[in-house]
Design a protein around this ligand. Structure first.
Ligand code: IMP
Length: 194
């Protein structure tokens, strides 16, 4: 059976991905130490996910899975989008990014705070073959940060079916049941099964 090497070095994402892979009966293993990072030079999630997956497949000689996620806010014409990690500048912390987002949306009413997370997962095989799948989670940006769970923009993102709670107020199991990453991983499982 194919074992998928995970490209992410982010422990939160690696945990989420491993749990979901486990629940689907797919074997995965963490990124080996010493594999160099790839510059995310594309201006699309698809492009960056493929760059990361292809580089890891080439470096390890194994099937590789990489994801790239962005938060797309309607009132900001889709920003921060592909630049979500560096929204408040290079080296920005999760808190810096959340602070900037809330500041930019300070005067935006509830009716215009719709947003969505998009995750693109790329799979690359040592043969050079590759494909992408995606998962989307619709929601809105809250006025204040709430909750201790998750990471990134979770404290200010309330999914449409989350009863008003932010992703950071959900248990890890609840987040994994509905998240953009879980949806993308389910699409991946369906694709691999076919
Ligand atoms: P990445 O390119 O997949 O690392 O994601 C870019 C940025 O999006 C991260 O630095 C986080 O700020 C944010 N992000 C990614 N996934 C999530 C999530 O599940 N919840 C909240 N923020 C996320």
């Amino acid at each position: 059976m194919t074992v998928f090497v995970l490209a992410t070095a982010n422990p939160h994402k690696a945990d989420e991905m491993r749990e979901i892979f486990d629940s689907l009966g797919i074997e995965s293993r963490p990124r080996p130490e010493g594999v160099p990072d790839v510059d995310e030079t594309s201006d699309t999630l698809e492009g960056n996910a493929l760059l990361k997956a292809r580089a890891l497949a080439a470096a390890t000689g194994e099937a590789a899975v990489a994801d790239d996620t962005g938060l797309f806010v309607d009132a900001l014409d889709g920003r921060p989008g592909v630049f979500s990690a560096r929204y408040a500048g290079d080296g920005a912390s999760y808190q810096d990014n959340v602070d900037r987002l809330l500041a930019e949306l300070a005067d935006v009413p509830d009716s215009r705070r719709a947003a969505r997370f998009r995750t693109v997962i790329a799979v690359a095989f040592p043969s050079g073959e590759s494909f992408t799948v995606e998962g989307v989670l619709e929601g809105f940006i809250t006025h204040d940060a709430r909750g201790e769970g998750g990471f990134g923009y979770d404290p200010v993102f309330a999914p449409v079916d989350g009863a008003g709670r932010t992703l950071a107020e959900l248990t890890p199991e609840e987040k994994n049941a509905l998240s953009h990453r879980a949806r993308a991983l389910r699409a991946l499982a369906e694709k691999l099964a076919s």
